[in-house]
Design a protein around this ligand. Structure first.
Ligand code: SAM
Length: 272
């Protein structure tokens, strides 16, 4: 996979792309990342990338010419053939479709992703309608620029590249993972796929810290008890913090029974 990032602040990515899993994935040749300085694709002395909005109003807008020229310099497939070529040009935008784990799982199947980072009041709309294939938002809030959003997408997608995580099972059991392996009794090391639930709580040594003990079940060595405790904890946490996820989660019959018990015994006001 290759990921190109188009930004007026290419140095912004020095930190986010140079640590941990992303750095290792790059060094192992699993993913290539290139930052592209938008100002390289300007023709005036001041390297102008923005202009005032037609119709008046606040702020400045990123001009279309440098963005079109920058994307064209990457020699991608023509727009109508990009899907077949496993390429996607993505405009980061608060008005885009909301990014989630399912979208990351779709993006990781592509061979090339180009991320366009907006700034100021945003980007000339013709970039969205005639250059990009899709607009993605990382959440319902407004950032100052698309760079943080691009970093979020890159991090999420990169850890899904086969081989990027040391232990592939850890991606299966993480929050939001909607794989088909629910409750398959993988054993306590990998537990089971989250099936779209939030992850279960994790603890490490010491077993007692400032008088707070880890749950006894985790140290007694009974794998089946551990599996059941983890699954119940994941259901409880999802019920408490993200009940909306339960509607789409892949639940076994055992899960449904446990969830009914949790609901019946719950004294948490929802959303609190
Ligand atoms: N006027 C725009 C609006 O109200 O939708 C906000 C522009 S924002 C200040 C500048 C840039 O930040 C956008 O062009 C986009 O690239 C990026 N951005 C802001 N919020 C974002 C979000 N939630 N997800 C992804 N990118 C975002």
């Amino acid at each position: 996979m290759q990921i190109d990032i188009i930004s007026i602040f290419p140095d912004f990515f020095r930190g986010p792309l140079d640590h941990g899993i992303i750095r290792r994935a790059r060094e192992a040749g699993l993913v290539k990342m290139e930052t592209r300085d938008l100002r390289v694709h300007t023709c005036d002395r001041h390297r102008t990338v923005d202009d005032r909005p037609f119709g008046g109003g606040e702020g400045m807008v990123l001009k279309p010419e440098p963005l079109f020229e920058c994307v064209e310099s990457l020699h991608l497939a023509p727009r109508e053939g990009r899907f077949a070529a496993k390429q996607s040009v993505i405009l980061l935008s608060a008005q885009g479709k909301r990014f989630d784990q399912a979208m990351a799982a779709e993006l990781v199947t592509l061979e090339r992703i180009v991320l366009i980072c907006g700034r100021y009041e945003g980007v000339d709309e013709r970039v969205g309608t005639h250059l990009a294939d899709r607009e993605i938002s990382i959440g319902d809030y407004v950032l100052s620029g698309g760079e943080l959003g691009a970093a979020v997408i890159i991090d999420t997608v990169t850890r899904l590249i086969p081989g990027a995580l040391g232990n592939e099972a850890s991606a299966r059991q993480e929050s939001f993972h909607a794989g088909a392996e629910v409750g398959n009794g993988d054993g306590p090391d990998s537990t089971c796929a989250s099936g779209g639930l939030l992850d279960y709580p994790h603890y490490t040594r010491p077993a007692e810290f400032r008088g707070i003990r880890v749950p006894e079940v985790l140290v007694n060595g009974n794998h089946e008890d551990i599996r059941r405790w983890r699954r119940r904890s994941a259901l409880e946490k999802t019920f408490r913090n993200r009940p909306d996820l339960l509607e789409q989660a892949r639940l076994s019959d055992e899960d449904k029974e446990v969830l009914a018990e949790i609901r019946a015994s719950s004294s948490w006001p929802l959303g609190y």
